[in-house]
Design a protein around this ligand. Structure first.
Ligand SMILES: Nc1ncnc2c1ncn2[C@@H]1O[C@H](COP(=O)(O)OP(=O)(O)OP(=O)(O)O)[C@@H](O)[C@H]1O
Ligand SMILES: [Mg+2]
Length: 395
């Protein structure tokens, strides 16, 4: 099974691109599911489905054409299905603090619940071998980053905190419940957490396996949007995911030839140049700014035809290796860059803002740094077996 994760800043065109991709995949004969992980669902709108109130129909996989189903994760249903004990406990606590019922229920939907629910579906469908490709239409960047970091966080919690909490609570509950201002969670709460964890078992490996999961970042040729795309790129790398495509959407056609747009054309061209430099060697697609919104089957089809010309299969991973990775060894931060074609030679290293720039001969790589390394400077580099290791140190 393949998982294609479409992420990017708010409003850049993630849903449109994800929907168009799903359409093409189904046409190529893949059993395809497009799943929305964004609480503000718009998949049904994108396909111009006449769904009922709150997209009731799409909260279960809904067949919309041969081989293509859509699913919008509905958190209210998910709570009833998977989170009952956990949310009952949280609601109970919130009530004791004097918060009204409805409000407490609203607040008990905590960050990450949607993402975790979506991951559970992915895992379930994978086990059932129900689809060939799952296209994930993500919420704006911040949430999709949470989506991929959740399994790691959860695993850590389950390994280190969960058993301890459970045992301590078992021992102290009889006394503590009489003294504690809030009721302590019952065993059923822990059973629920454990059950959720089991449902997520293995998903981390799936996300980190580039043969299975590819991240595709949708962006626009604008500086502010590009910055967020760069941050997302670094973050996905940090979490071990592989970005295999950048889709630059809403590129103004040069035929626009109007004084009013001259400035836009110029700045878009500049940003395009910067995008190429930064993401090289990751594959880049461009999509023009259409003269209309991308809504309904016909227009999604038009977008699909542009994105994937004859012979191009969006299910295939355009790349499976991460161009660089971050490490910390014996207290020293390292950036490792794969340079498959680099000959040995003079290595130039310098910082430019929050980027590390590596030059070898005519080759130049811009590497976005994670927050922990932005204040450091490149100190030493060595090239071994096509991998350049750069040590980063304080100055
Ligand atoms: N290339 C394009 N040309 C013209 N309009 C576009 C293009 N791509 C997307 N749109 C329109 O822009 C709007 C936003 O697109 P879309 O919903 O796909 O973005 P999104 O990234 O999913 O947004 P959100 O972050 O809110 O989920 C939609 O009305 C869509 O039809
Ligand atoms: Mg969207």
């Amino acid at each position: 099974m393949r998982i294609l994760l479409y992420s990017g800043k708010g409003g850049v065109g993630k849903t449109s691109v994800a929907a168009a991709t799903g359409l093409r995949l189904a046409q190529l004969g893949y059993r395809t599911l497009i799943m929305s992980v964004d609480p503000a669902h718009s998949l049904a709108d994108s396909f111009d489905l006449k769904t009922g109130l709150f997209h009731a129909d799409t909260s279960e996989p809904l067949l919309i054409t041969d081989g293509l189903e859509v699913l919008e994760v509905n958190i209210q249903k998910e709570i009833k299905r998977h989170w009952r004990e956990i949310s009952a406990y949280v609601i109970g606590i919130l009530r004791t603090s004097g918060i009204g019922n409805v409000e407490a229920e609203e607040m008990a939907i905590f960050p990450g619940m949607e993402e975790l629910s979506a991951l559970m579906y992915v895992n379930q469908f994978r086990r059932e071998d129900r689809y060939d490709v799952i296209v994930l239409d993500c919420a704006p960047t911040a949430e999709s980053l949470r989506f991929v970091s959740m399994p790691t966080t959860l695993e850590w919690y389950m390994k280190h905190i969960f058993p301890m909490q459970r045992n301590i609570l078992r021992a102290v509950r009889p006394v503590a419940n009489r003294m504690s201002p809030v009721e302590l969670p019952a065993d059923s709460y822990f059973a629920n957490v454990k059950d959720l964890f089991d449902k997520l078992d293995g998903i981390e490996d799936v996300l980190e396996d580039a043969e299975m999961t590819s991240v595709r970042l949708v962006t626009n040729p604008e500086k502010m949007v590009l910055r967020e795309t760069q941050r997302a790129f670094v973050y996905f790398l940090l979490h071990g995911l592989t970005v295999d495509n950048i889709i630059v959407n809403r590129v103004l056609p040069s035929s626009i030839g109007d004084d009013y747009f001259a400035g836009w054309l110029r700045s878009q061209a500049e940003t395009m140049e910067e995008i190429r430099r930064y993401f090289d060697p990751v594959r880049i697609h461009t999509v023009p700014f259409f003269a209309h919104e991308v809504v309904g089957r016909e227009r999604l089809q038009q977008l699909a035809d542009l994105l994937y010309p004859e012979g191009e299969d969006p299910a295939l991973a355009a790349r499976v290796d991460r161009p660089y990775s971050f490490h910390k060894e014996s207290g020293v931060y390292q950036v490792r860059v794969k340079l498959p074609f680099a000959a040995k030679g003079e290595v130039g290293l310098f910082k430019k803002g929050e980027e590390l720039v590596v030059e070898i001969g005519t080759l130049r790589r811009h590497i976005g740094l994670p927050a922990s390394m932005t204040a450091l400077q490149p100190a030493r580099a060595r090239l071994e077996e096509s991998v350049l290791t750069v040590e980063m140190k304080e100055v």
